[in-house]
Design a protein around this ligand. Structure first.
Ligand code: GLU
Length: 416
């Protein structure tokens, strides 16, 4: 079944397409197909009922040719080492696409955070941090939030790491709360970056944003804020979903009211005045823009022939399989690939880290202006390659990224 496609195999396929176009030599291909470091740790914690439970966590550093490793940490029952390897490699390409001086990393713990108490999550986070502390640090590898982790999780990581150093080290993580060195604009950054590139794409496609009908899969940090920002630009949000299901109102939804309902009830489902749709049905709704802001492997060869969006924006990592990509490309559906569309998050993470290292704070306008500049430049670079090489946007983004990382590797040479 393709629904369970191995994300690392997908990541390698995407990489190899670009490597072929660049005529990359075998040695560099081998280096870039193999993560530099994979650390798997047991994370034992005491549960609230007194039992000891052992969770399995990972931290993978895919490549550090262009700078310290960077990438989020996710807590989800389906986390595996191969998933984390894929996510780490996507971070390498993402940082290269937007031109920020980082390599790629990712972390994850296989657990069900929705069924854990705040105390259990804090102990899990602190023990995991202690276990991976041998490879993280502001000059080595800088975690950030990802699926089901947030600013509070980052605060616990920052505190645990700092306690072991004997002084505060804010630069060890990004996506922190403002009070301990977080950056203005970081919370909205993934969605904001995504909306900047959607704005550029609809210009190129001649699709007025204020008349666009939008479907959003996933209503977490990326999806809910993207829905709000697009709504503010005049787009009509006709359907949204979360892990429990979706809601549809073809006249349009108010994203803020839907969010309030989710905060109250735990889900978007049963929001008044809407029709229930499954996540599968939601993906196939006719619309102009489909924002994928949930998990991997959502659009596969099985449903790609039935997608009726004109533009797909991947706020999530890895939502489209390589087989689905071919079908979408053939059908003329324009895809803003994850490594471009969701790079706003890590871009403002970079701004946060720079502020931490300089102990100097930027205002929101500064952050958003620089984010906009970075995203628009990356979009234009990728779009130009897409036209020049007559390839889809994902392949174009990979060509740009792989070329930049390969150049760094060539310049540094092979040690020893
Ligand atoms: N988890 C986010 C991503 O996948 C952000 C990573 C970061 O800020 O380091 O891009």
């Amino acid at each position: 079944m393709e629904a369970s496609a191995n994300p690392f195999q997908s990541a390698l396929k995407q990489f190899n397409r670009a490597a072929d176009i660049l005529d990359l030599d075998d040695g560099l291909r081998k280096i870039l197909s193999t993560p530099e470091r994979c650390l798997t740790v047991a994370v034992p914690i005491k549960m609230d009922d007194g039992r000891i439970e052992v969770f399995i966590g990972h931290r993978v550093q895919h490549n550090t040719a262009r700078g310290p490793a960077k990438g989020g940490i996710r807590y989800h029952p389906s986390v595996t080492l191969d998933e984390v390897k894929a996510l780490a490699s996507w971070m390498t390409w993402k940082c290269a696409v937007v031109g920020i001086p980082y390599g790629g990393a990712k972390g994850g713990i296989a657990c069900d955070p929705k069924r854990m108490s705040r105390g259990e999550l804090e102990r899990l986070t602190r023990r995991y941090t202690a276990e991976i502390s041998i490879i993280i640090g502001p000059e080595k590898d800088i975690p950030a939030p990802d699926v089901y982790t947030d600013a509070q999780t980052m605060a616990w990581i920052m505190d645990t790491y700092s306690m072991n150093r004997g002084y505060a080290v804010p630069g060890v993580v990004t996506g922190k709360p403002l009070a301990i060195g977080g950056s203005l604009g970081r919370h909205e950054a993934t969605a904001q970056g995504c909306v900047f590139v959607i704005r550029e794409a609809v210009k190129a496609l001649n699709l007025p944003l204020d008349r666009a009908r939008v479907v959003v899969q996933g209503y977490g940090n990326a999806g809910s804020i993207a829905a709000r920002l697009l709504h503010e630009q005049g787009a009509t949000i006709i359907a949204v979903s979360d892990s429990r299901g979706g809601i549809l109102n073809s006249k349009g939804l108010d994203p803020m009211k839907v969010l309030a309902h989710k905060q109250e009830t735990g889900s978007v489902v049963e929001y008044p005045g809407t029709e229930a749709v499954s996540n599968q049905e939601l993906l196939e709704l006719p619309c102009d823009i489909l924002v994928l802001a949930a998990l991997e492997n959502q659009i596969t060869a099985a449903n790609a022939p039935r997608i009726r969006a004109k533009l797909i924006a991947e706020a999530a990592n890895g939502p489209t399989t390589p087989e689905a990509d071919d079908i979408l490309h053939e059908r003329g559906i324009f895809v803003l690939p994850d490594i471009l569309a969701n790079a706003g998050g890590v871009t403002v993470s970079y701004f946060e880290w720079v502020q931490n290292l300089q102990e100097l704070w930027w205002d929101l306008e500064d952050v958003n202006e620089r984010l906009e500049e970075t995203m628009v430049r990356a979009f234009n670079n990728v779009y130009a390659l897409h036209e020049e090489k007559n390839v889809d946007m994902r392949t174009a983004a990979y060509v740009l990224a792989v070329d930049r990382v390969a150049e760094a590797l060539r310049l540094r040479g092979l040690f020893p």
